[in-house]
Design a protein around this ligand. Structure first.
Ligand code: MN
Length: 361
């Protein structure tokens, strides 16, 4: 290296000029990031050249994947705000890749090797199916129906949109559309990955359009998986309830302010049903980059009935009334009709959506 000795600085001076401590400089040198331009072999003193800071800056930016045009812009106008933008960029990129890998992981189970397929056939692992009836109604007060539902024999879902017109409607319909496309794995992981894919899609869409700011949705979804289980994933305050042997059990936990108060022992379930903040959600799909999802497996057998519904049902129709419909209706269709009719008769203050799914083998 041809360097004139007079443009070289000892480590102390270079440290002062660069703002990097001598210790940091030694660490960088050790990993080959910013090596001294010269070392006096006799004394071991290190010397740096003035242009090294700029060269190191360029290297660091290139190592971070910053394109050359942007590197040039940073050099012309050095500012740490420009780096903040890139930090956010890198974070968003990493999140997207994580999400895609989660989805890939859940799809792996479905691709399966031929050997696995044989084992499955030998073991006669049968998938339960769902026989369903679904209804949704705008109610008697609202101007739009912001609820959406999905009703297939391998997955059912209810989404209750929020964020006002047009956001709420878009959020809930996007949620069920993405869910339908993304849920192919037939496992709890696959279901959760599909909910996360919906979260991402809604969040990204809201960023594109100021009118859609703050849109989000509840999402309560379930699908039968092998081994006589339902995989259930829930965000928000739509509910999945099990009807078995004449007893109704809520399977999901509501993510609302009132439900939190009940869990903390500060409110009874009966008080929560009339609490002014019962509709305030503590979690929703699409309002943030990531979402916390409750996912679990529920053992079921043929003959079980599961009701998935939006709060427009249970805020209007008491559990006893729901159970009385279950025991008197002649079939699923009639039960679904009756539940919606009761919600409307009792006030119809909100959109109401009901999916009744009977488990069959
Ligand atoms: Mn609602």
């Amino acid at each position: 290296m041809l360097l004139r000795v007079d443009v070289l600085m000892p480590i102390g001076e270079f440290s002062q000029r660069s703002g990097l401590s001598a210790r940091r400089l030694r660490n960088y040198a050790a990993v080959g990031l910013l090596v001294p331009a010269a070392i006096d072999p006799a004394s071991g003193y290190r010397f740096y050249a003035a242009g090294q800071i700029q060269a190191a800056l360029i290297d660091a930016l290139r190592n971070a994947g910053v394109p050359l045009t942007e590197v040039a812009a940073v050099l012309r106008q050095p500012s740490s705000e420009r780096l903040d933008v890139w930090v956010r960029h890198v974070q968003a990129d990493a999140d997207r890749r994580h999400e895609a890998l989660d989805l890939a992981r859940s799809l792996l189970a479905d691709v399966g090797s031929p050997a696995q397929t044989n084992t499955r056939l030998k073991g006669k692992t049968m998938h339960l199916i769902l026989m369903t009836s679904a209804r949704t109604d705008i109610g008697r007060v609202r101007e739009n129906n912001e609820d959406a539902l999905l009703c297939l024999d391998h997955v059912v879902a209810v989404a209750d949109g929020m964020g006002g017109h047009p956001g709420g409607q878009l959020a809930s319909s996007l949620a069920v559309a993405i869910l339908e496309a993304a849920f192919t794995g037939r496992s709890g992981d696959a279901l959760e990955a599909a909910v996360r894919a919906a979260n991402r899609a809604i969040f990204e869409r809201a960023k594109e359009d100021g009118q859609l700011e703050g849109m989000g949705t509840t999402l309560c979804v379930l699908g039968p998986i092998g081994g006589a289980h339902l995989a259930i994933a829930n965000v928000g305050d739509s509910r999945a309830c099990l009807v078995r042997d004449g007893v109704l059990t809520q399977l999901t936990e509501d993510h609302s302010v009132a439900a939190d108060l009940v869990r903390q022992g500060n409110l009874t379930r009966a008080q929560a049903a009339h609490h002014p903040q019962r509709g305030w959600l503590t979690r929703a799909v699409g309002v943030g980059q990531n979402v916390e999802v409750d996912t679990f497996l529920q053992p079921v057998h043929a003959g079980d009935r599961v009701v998935v519904c939006s709060d427009g049902l249970f805020n209007e129709v008491a559990e006893e009334q729901i159970m009385s419909v279950m025991s008197t209706a002649r079939d699923r269709d009639e039960a679904a009709d009756e539940l919606v009719r009761h919600a409307l008769t009792n006030g119809g203050h909100d959109n109401v959506t009901v999916v009744i799914a009977d488990v069959g083998a």
